[in-house]
Design a protein around this ligand. Sequence first.
Ligand code: ATP
Length: 356
Amino acid sequence: MKNPHLILGVLEGDDIGHEVVPASVQIASAAAEKHGLRIEWKPMPVGRRALDTHGSTLPAGTLETLAKMDGFVLGPIGHRDYPKGPGAINPHPIMRKHFNLFANVRPTRSYPDIGCLRDDVDLVIVRENNEGFQPDRNVVAGSGEFRPSEDMTISVRVITRKGSERVARVALALARSRRKLLTVVHKNTVFKLGCGMFVEECLKAAKDFPDVRVNEVIVDTMAMRLVRDPQNFDVVVTTNMFGDILTDEAAGLVGGLGMAPGLCIGDGDFAMAQATHGSAPDIAGKGIANPYAMVDSTRMLLDWLGRRKGIAEAVAAAGSMEKGLTAALGDGKARTGDIRGYGNTESFTRAVIGNL
Ligand code: ATP
């Protein structure tokens, strides 16, 4: 029998990260206790506070220490507000690359009464995480964006067969565990080689999943269909930047960024919980941030680690978290203002714990 024990890093990030990450740890701890799962939380500095205390937003040794754990919770990073300087880097692309977390799994689901534009959304977008159009991810050194002259900028998009195939396999396996439908989103009408290769690799991988139906949608059509008929999608797989944009759009359908969780995974048994939203400096320190996205990302982490490592207690704890979250979302006094509630971060957290 597996020892029901997980070691997880806690990196709060910036701004509302100092509010929504502690809420996630509190809730996950209560759920773990209920099911006899021991979680050793290891807080580590990252972001603006780490810059002030350690001279770097990603202090030396962080990656090596994290590598000895089962996974970690990363709060939102407000890198746009970092002062310019050598230690002020955006840590999360480095983490995704270092741990080879090439698939960003981002679910979107409607809940009643919280101001969703649609009441029938239940889909997951799997976004390729480590190449594509993100200039900080598609090269080993330097940037995938450069300026040969004052009046010209060139941005490079990298698509590889391996990168496409492995993210397709994650999405196909996920579709197999859900409604068995995969939609490949691309623009191979224009990016004939790049998106062409992505689609080719997705279709090749799909041959190993004959029980999963696969269709294709062009990205601009997808932007429209997400609004018009989101109920017709189950799992969607796409390249990095299309995924970045479509996941925010999907969040808009179901109450906004506070409702958009995510889990970054790769081939190994190691994962990073990271909500889709940024650090929202405009509402930081007020205690009103919606912790749902970060808490649900943490729930996904427990569920995924539990299944990968055969720790039933972790899967059960995640199940309790889901129950608590659903109940808290249904409680107008507990939920936060962004989702038509009268509560705050603390009341939502209490409501989840009370309903685990
Ligand atoms: P990034 O590019 O780093 O993802 P962003 O430009 O998408 O950041 P966010 O920081 O995610 O911006 O936030 C956009 C706005 O959404 C915020 O100003 C805030 O009002 C709202 N918001 C984001 N996250 C939450 C949350 N958890 N709870 C409530 N409101 C939120």
